[in-house]
Design a protein around this ligand. Structure first.
Ligand code: HEM
Length: 420
């Protein structure tokens, strides 16, 4: 795809098995697809597979159904609510910082996956279900493993789900469902607000001008809870893993981040209130998601014929926008391959077009967890980074594995060095 963009410019076309695939890389075209004309585009057929796991949650629905669910889920992500989750995030990160051993080698992707899974489980389902969190975690992990390839954004172009995998997938999902439905039933019985995401989803009513006054059924609750689980843990753990890698490769940026953490926190646990005082740490995360966007591409199916950047897009074509490609465009990011957090702090930041950087997508499907993710990312970097320096194990091979998220193909083996 990078080669397509290099050779053919802002809009490239490739014909694959009776479908035309368009790669739109200029920020104006990205805006057209995600925002201005988003109603002309639907989810690709690849998402039918995601439905096996996620049912009719935010990630897999379109049109009116999507709009209604979005209205119902949105309140759970209001700033104040999200800030309330900061405590859990920092606490869980600190526990990991306690467990790490000086001089030992860890597989950082696995460590970050485990950490973000616990955090999303705790913020979704709260402390009331500590014993069940583990069960959900393992059922989910089993499902993810089977799902891996099916989560490729354009997998429909390459493959079909083999039957044995589908059967195993259904079994893993049944296990997951049993746990989640039990939690929902317990909650409905107790009727209390536990201050977590699930309580918000249970309490949500579709009021307001467009609303129908209804709330969510158990099936919808299950679908949204699973969606948030999936969307909220894999992405953040990849973002963090690539950030530790970038810091290991760029000791100067790392030193600046450490200086900021030492000055602002002085060794105490970070909290949501510290975020405005940690601009460099945030810039490190922003720069890492520029070079290594966890969601490297988004696919949309043209519901009608459409003109994009002066070219005809036939009905049924697949249009792909890619943060990975656009965010490495030298027109918007000089010396794009360099890791330079400063580009988020100087005057150039305000001059760049909005869609030169879109790790969270945009428009009506923009990531609902964006604030959650920024807070989690910065708090985890802060809590771990003030205690530890991570170094890539010499000779460890680092390669991209672009499934639905951008994973390091061989994981990320790093050595831990205590900073105290
Ligand atoms: C660094 C972390 C994250 C990144 C890079 C990320 C990225 C994205 C992107 C690019 C989309 C749009 C996909 C599209 O347009 O096809 C998206 C959607 C979504 N994200 Fe995130 N995400 C992150 C974290 C989270 C978290 C923490 C949650 C929840 C706790 C979450 C929940 C969702 C949901 C529910 C959607 C679907 C929204 C909709 O279609 O209405 N994400 N995310």
């Amino acid at each position: 795809m990078r080669q397509m963009a290099r050779e053919y410019g802002d809009l490239a076309r490739i014909d694959v098995v009776r479908t035309s695939l368009f790669l739109a890389t200029h920020p104006d075209l990205v805006k057209d697809v995600l925002v201005t004309n988003n109603r002309l585009f639907g989810r690709g057929r690849g998402h039918l597979r995601m439905k096996l796991l996620l049912g009719d949650g935010l990630l897999t629905t379109d049109g009116e159904t999507h709009k209604r669910q979005r209205r119902l889920v949105q309140p759970a992500f209001h700033r104040q609510r999200v800030e309330g989750y900061g405590e859990t995030m920092a606490q869980r990160a600190e526990e990991l910082a306690e467990r790490w051993q000086d001089g030992s080698t860890v597989e950082v992707l696995g460590e970050m996956m485990a950490l973000t899974l616990v955090i999303v489980a705790n913020t979704l389902f709260g402390a009331t279900v500590d014993d069940q969190v583990e069960e959900i975690g393992s059922a989910l992990t089993a499902t993810f493993e089977l799902f891996g390839f099916a989560l490729m954004p354009f997998s429909e172009l390459f493959d079909r789900v083999p039957i044995p995998t589908t059967l195993r997938l259904r079994r893993a999902r049944a296990r997951l469902d049993a746990t989640i439905y039990k939690i929902i039933a317990d909650r409905r019985r107790s009727g209390r607000d536990h201050g977590d995401l699930l309580s918000m989803l249970l309490l949500a009513q579709d009021t307001g001008d467009e609303g129908d006054g209804g709330s969510m059924t158990d099936v919808q609750l299950r679908d949204e809870a699973t969606t948030l689980f999936v969307a909220g843990h894999e992405t953040t753990s990849n973002a963090l893993t690539w950030t530790w890698y970038a810091l290991s490769e760029n000791p100067e940026a790392e030193a600046k981040m450490h200086a900021e953490l030492d000055r602002v926190l002085g060794g105490r646990r970070p909290s949501a209130a510290d975020l405005p005082r940690l601009p460099y740490t945030r810039a490190v995360l922003a720069e890492s998601m520029r070079l290594y966007p966890p969601v490297w591409g988004m696919g949309r199916r043209a519901l009608t014929a459409h003109t994009l950047g002066g070219y005809d897009i036939p009905r049924g074509s697949l249009v792909v926008v890619s943060p990975f490609i656009t965010q490495r465009d030298p027109r918007f990011f000089p010396e794009p391959e360099l890791f330079r957090p400063e580009r988020w702090l100087d005057a150039t930041a305000a001059e760049r077009p909005r869609f030169s950087y879109f790790p969270f997508g945009g428009g009506s499907r923009q990531c609902i967890g964006e604030q959650f993710a920024w807070m989690e990312g910065v708090l985890l970097l802060a809590a771990l980074g003030q205690r530890w320096r991570l170094r890539l194990v010499p000779g460890h091979k680092v390669e991209f594995n672009p499934l639905i998220t951008l994973r390091p193909r061989y994981g990320m083996r790093m050595t831990l060095h205590s900073r105290s």
